[in-house]
Write a protein that binds this ligand. Sequence first.
Ligand code: ACO
Ligand code: LMR
Length: 264
Amino acid sequence: GKVRAPTHIISTISDDRGEEPCYAGVPMSTIIEQGFGVGDVISLLWFKRSLPRYCTQFIEMCIMLCADHGPCVSGAHNSIVTARAGKDLVSSLVSGLLTIGPRFGGAIDDAARYFKDAYDRGLTPYEFVEGMKKKGIRVPGIGHRIKSRDNRDKRVQLLQKYAHTHFPSVKYMEYAVQVETYTLSKANNLVLNVDGAIGSLFLDLLSGSGMFSKQEIDEIVEIGYLNGLFVLARSIGLIGHTFDQKRLKQPLYRHPWEDVLYTK
Ligand code: ACO
Ligand code: LMR
């Protein structure tokens, strides 16, 4: 047989050696000629397979709905301050991206992990939420600074509506809603947030589409692919905020003394 020199890198998602680059074996010309969208490209490069249209449309909805949430949130604030310090696009973008984590935008993977574990073990919402409280862990995907029982997050409602219409099963999302009903009985702002909605609905997408084995789903959840959706989406808004500050020729930002409690 062939004797191969050992390679230093293994790569399985794309290949640029032929006449045209391929994403997961699909040539660029097919991607363009068959009218693939960004959801298809994400499917190929992240999940290494073509997914049905209802799945790629859901992925695109997540990207569009999470692209921005105004200038006051952690990520946009950081990008704005960085742009106003005269830094370049990439610096302003990454300074915003670095705020994405367990409290802001980066709770999707943990929401999927905890909701999946609780649902698969048959825990009631009471057992799940109180169990988390005992461990001193806030339920990922629950709670919001400005959204509440009477001021629901439209993004969550739109994703839920889409899934109800197009997904074969929404069992994880329904479980997350039961958890929300329980947490709302404790405090008005403990709503299912957009991270929790995406986390639970992606579990439904993975398990209901018939495109992934149980092992593959466990691996996706364990590795943590889903925060990638927020990172990718919010980059669009953070880039927008950076351009906005530069267009407006905003000066160096300095936080006002009056807004700081100086104390010993
Ligand atoms: N699970 C259980 N209890 C909670 C949760 C939660 N997820 N969130 C708040 N509480 C309760 C706690 O008792 C908290 O008291 P503590 O500070 O002693 O733990 C109390 O509510 C007060 O919380 P608030 O001050 O109202 O919450 P805050 O506005 O500071 O936090 C936040 C909002 C950060 C989103 C919070 O709810 C949280 O950590 N949620 C989990 C992480 C998450 O899902 N983040 C994504 C948000 S959506 C997005 O960023 C796109
Ligand atoms: C966001 O998408 O940035 C938000 O849900 C967070 C916020 O506080 O508005």
